[in-house]
Design a protein around this ligand. Structure first.
Ligand SMILES: C[S@@+](CC[C@H](N)C(=O)[O-])C[C@H]1O[C@@H](n2cnc3c(N)ncnc32)[C@H](O)[C@@H]1O
Length: 259
């Protein structure tokens, strides 16, 4: 079973820091250094760079070199922003960043504790770790989507589980953060609510991931694209993607007299 999936740049490119990682905004300020793990096309990362300003710096990393190429092309005018191909599970940054973030990234990693440990290593003592991610099992479509879509979504969840990816990573973030030794752990509800064309995201997911699901033997009703499009046009009222943001700080070493 492949441990790799490709995110659709059409979906990633529409995101913004303010709209798609909103709880992080107030935690970023001028002069900060930020590492964004799993930056994709860099849309959210570019918002971070604007927020930390000319005296700050932001580095986006992603294991998908094609997405890094798009990020470099689309954001080349921002001098305080750089992008590198790099797997966060193999990264070797040490105590370099004020903030280390990962949005919608741990959901695609088979060993989240190892990835989080590397994020913690990359942060300065006292630095902030920020993770935003999904609970795919509690997302909602209103009214219920067509049965063909339900068959696709079940196949999607089964395919993810078979690859070792946690469908409920959002609700496991507190435990992950506490086990990683982080302090001041805070977990905030961060659901994404769509009442408009934003829910076309699933048409793109069907198109981009459908072949990988079928290749893995996770079959679904081929009528899904036509029926889901019709449902979006005629029946759709809303959609809620169930998400959480976790924050924690890397402990500072104790002063010598307390050792
Ligand atoms: C759903 S996209 C999210 C992109 C962006 N952070 C956002 O919220 O729109 C997940 C990204 O994580 C990347 N990714 C997955 N596993 C990774 C890893 N181990 N190291 C670095 N990037 C990874 C994928 O290539 C993909 O670009």
């Amino acid at each position: 079973m492949s441990q790799f999936h490709q995110s659709d740049p059409r979906i990633l490119g529409r995101r913004t820091l303010e709209g798609s990682f909103r709880h992080l905004v107030a935690r970023l300020g001028p002069g900060m250094s930020v590492l964004d793990a799993g930056c994709g096309t860099g849309s959210i990362t570019a918002g971070m760079a604007r927020r930390v300003g000319a005296t700050g710096r932001v580095k986006g990393i992603d294991r998908d070199a094609a997405l890094i190429a798009i990020a470099r092309r689309d954001h080349r005018e921002q001098a305080n922003l750089s992008f590198d191909p790099c797997d966060i599970s193999e990264a070797n940054f040490e105590s370099e960043f004020d903030v280390v973030s990962a949005a919608r990234t741990l959901q695609w990693i088979g060993d989240p504790p190892a990835a989080l440990a590397n994020m913690v290593k990359a942060a300065k003592p006292g630095g902030l770790i920020a993770v935003l991610d999904y609970d795919h099992t509690t997302s909602l479509w209103i009214p219920a989507p067509p049965r063909s879509f339900q068959s696709f979504y079940h196949a999607f969840l089964d395919w993810r589980s078979a690859n070792g990816w946690d469908n409920r990573i959002a609700v496991h973030l507190r435990d992950l953060f506490e086990s990683a030794g982080l302090e001041n752990v805070e977990v905030l509800d961060s659901d994404e609510v769509y009442s408009d064309a934003g829910s076309e995201i699933w048409l793109k997911v069907i198109e981009s991931l459908g072949p990988a699901l079928r290749q893995g033997g996770f079959n679904f009703d081929p009528a899904v694209e036509v029926e889901y499009s019709r449902w979006l046009a005629e029946g759709f009222e809303g959609q809620v993607l169930s998400m959480k943001t976790a924050f924690g700080t890397k402990p500072k070493p104790l002063a010598p007299r307390y050792r």
